[in-house]
Design a protein around this ligand. Structure first.
Ligand code: GLC
Ligand code: CA
Length: 561
């Protein structure tokens, strides 16, 4: 295997709108990122990935792009962006941007022309999107299919001027692009090339598995199989990779939920020219459980299945083994905060955040840290639906009410699961709004910023922040044993513990963790414990059978002969 720089880099995901507001208008911005690069460098970060920074009406916080060539006035200017790149280079850091290829905003000039037969460019742009004539049932106009969008609600909206519906698998302000149109693709290639010219080091490719649709448009609610992971989307990705990503030596992170074994290899196998790293969500929803209520999918919260998390990782390691490269991360801007979701953000905030850091970052592969994870930021607990900002919240909340779920139960589901949990302003210090901004931010700061913030944790050697700093640096310093190691899970079916040996070149790492908020007994069975010494964590004694307090975690190492 040829070693690449991106195998040992640590990536930090920045949710731009909520990271740091440099000009006090309540919105995070590009200069805010530049000002905090040193903080990130000190954390052990060498690559940042910034959520969409393009001009946008912000229906989906920038994933709805109005102009790919322009920087959102919320976030700054092109000069600000160039300064960020310059400063990052000085600090020897890399910058990745988000690339939204599946859809545009409905306010994008292409769509404005596409929907209006009187527009001079109608003929050119109409086919950039996906249209369908209405169906008529008993003489009544109805949608072409019964598909359900990822944000809840139908995937089709009617356009009177052409008497057609357009497809949108996300919000209705995000019409899907037609990847069978070569001019459209060429226009996107120009956009990508433009940003490469500005100096970015790579891309996170949004919603990559949705680019192709089933053009027969069959019915079948919710219809995901008709607009997700269709074989042809691999051709599209390969084409961009071969034209732009590979010749320019860029790092690419592809987003694709639910990839099968064959697909994982297609995306990130060393011999297949698509992406370098794959973001899937195999381990992200290990506590969904359908209870018979009208609350379904990710909104249905049940008991955590720790074994599912381990099995998802084990599965990826097994698939890629010698043939591709793995990525380790807990979550992103689309999931609840991990310490609230998989840990315990009340009684065991510190213990569980530490457990999550140790279990994750001693595993092999490239690591991602999501903004705020390094200080143990938690879910938000707004008590009023009007405090939420995510477009998805409103459709899904309404869906629940329509299905006769009570307001309080629906609000609870939203609080537990919604994406806004991970989107509240970064908590820098104990000043108003957590030091994110001097004015009321676009989304309310978590009430706990006084307790949980960077400044407070900075000098405390035991803080979550300093645990992250230590582990992130160590995993790179000992890359040959950790990042390039080979993992073997212990008691993978067990639903309480998270234990593994990461077999390195000359050192083995043994991690033992209690993933629960109660005391458990761990039996290490046949695992050979000879030669392991305490390295990092909560306890010193290593025995075959151990009692572990809530979230107790430890890492041991063994020098190999
Ligand atoms: C991806 C993004 C998500 C966005 C969606 C549509 O899943 O991570 O935030 O809403 O794509 O662009
Ligand atoms: Ca700002």
């Amino acid at each position: 295997m040829e070693k690449k720089w991106w195998m040992t880099t640590t990536i930090y995901q920045i949710y731009l709108r909520s990271f740091y507001d440099s000009n006090n208008d309540g919105i995070g911005d590009i200069r805010g990122v530049t000002e905090k690069l040193e903080y990130l460098k000190e954390l052990g970060i060498e690559t940042i990935w910034i959520s969409p920074h393009y001009d946008s009406p912000m229906d989906d916080n920038g994933y709805d792009v109005r102009d790919f060539y322009k920087i959102s006035s919320d976030y700054g200017s092109l000069n600000d962006f160039k300064n960020l790149i310059r400063k990052a280079k000085e600090l020897e850091m890399k910058v990745l941007i988000d690339l939204v290829l599946n859809h545009t905003s409905d306010e994008h000039p292409w769509f404005q022309a596409a929907k209006n037969p009187n527009h001079p460019d109608f003929d050119k742009y109409h086919d950039y999107y996906i249209w369908h004539k209405p169906r008529y049932i008993n003489g009544e106009r109805t949608k072409p299919t019964d598909w359900v969008s990822w944000f809840g609600g139908p995937t089709w909206d009617y356009n009177e001027a052409t008497d057609e519906y357009y497809l949108h698998i996300f919000s209705k302000k995000m019409p899907d692009l037609n990847w069978r149109n070569q001019d459209m693709k060429n226009d996107l290639y120009d956009i990508i090339t433009y940003w490469v010219g500005i100096g970015v080091d790579g891309f996170r490719v949004d919603a990559a598995n949705h680019l192709e649709k089933d053009w027969d448009f069959p019915n079948g609610k919710p219809g995901y199989e008709y607009f997700s992971s269709l074989p042809k989307h691999h051709e599209y990705i390969k084409e961009i990779a071969e034209k732009i990503f590979i010749p320019n030596n860029l790092l690419t992170l592809g987003e694709s939920g639910g990839a099968t074994k064959q697909e994982v290899i297609k995306y990130v196998g060393f011999d297949s020219n698509e992406f370098n790293l794959l973001i899937h969500f195999g381990h992200c929803w290990a506590d969904t459980e359908y209870t018979g209520e009208a609350i379904t999918g990710k909104w249905s919260k049940g008991k955590l299945r720790v074994s599912d998390i381990k099995k998802s990782y084990a599965h990826q390691y097994e698939i890629l083994d010698q043939d591709g490269w793995n990525l380790v991360y807990w979550h992103n801007h689309d999931q609840p905060r991990v310490v609230s979701h998989y840990g315990n953000d009340q009684l065991y905030h510190h213990e569980s955040a530490k457990m999550l850091a140790i279990t994750l970052y001693f595993m092999p592969g490239t690591a991602i840290v999501y903004q705020g994870e390094e200080i143990g930021m938690t879910n938000v607990l707004y008590n009023d639906i009007s405090d939420f900002r995510d477009v998805e919240v409103f459709t899904e909340y309404q869906n629940m009410l329509n299905a006769s779920v009570s307001e309080s139960r629906a609000l609870q589901a939203i609080k537990d699961r919604c994406r806004d949990n991970a989107r509240t302003p970064m908590q820098w210090n104990s000043q108003n709004h957590g030091g994110f901004s001097k004015v009321e931010p676009w989304i309310k700061t978590n009430f706990n910023y006084d307790e949980i913030n960077v400044e407070k944790q900075d000098d405390n050697p035991d803080s979550i922040l300093n645990i992250y700093r230590f582990i992130l640096k160590h995993r790179v310093e000992d890359a040959k044993n950790i990042i390039f190691g080979k993992i073997e899970f212990i008691n993978i079916d067990d639903n309480e513990s998270y234990c593994y040996i990461n077999h390195g070149e000359d050192v083995d790492y043994l991690v033992i963790a209690n993933f629960r908020d109660y005391e458990i007994e761990i039996n290490l069975g046949d695992t050979d414990l000879n030669g392991f010494d305490y390295f990092y964590g909560d306890f010193i004694d290593l025995k075959k059978i151990m009692k572990l307090k809530p979230y107790e975690t430890c890492c041991f190492t063994k020098k190999l002969a």
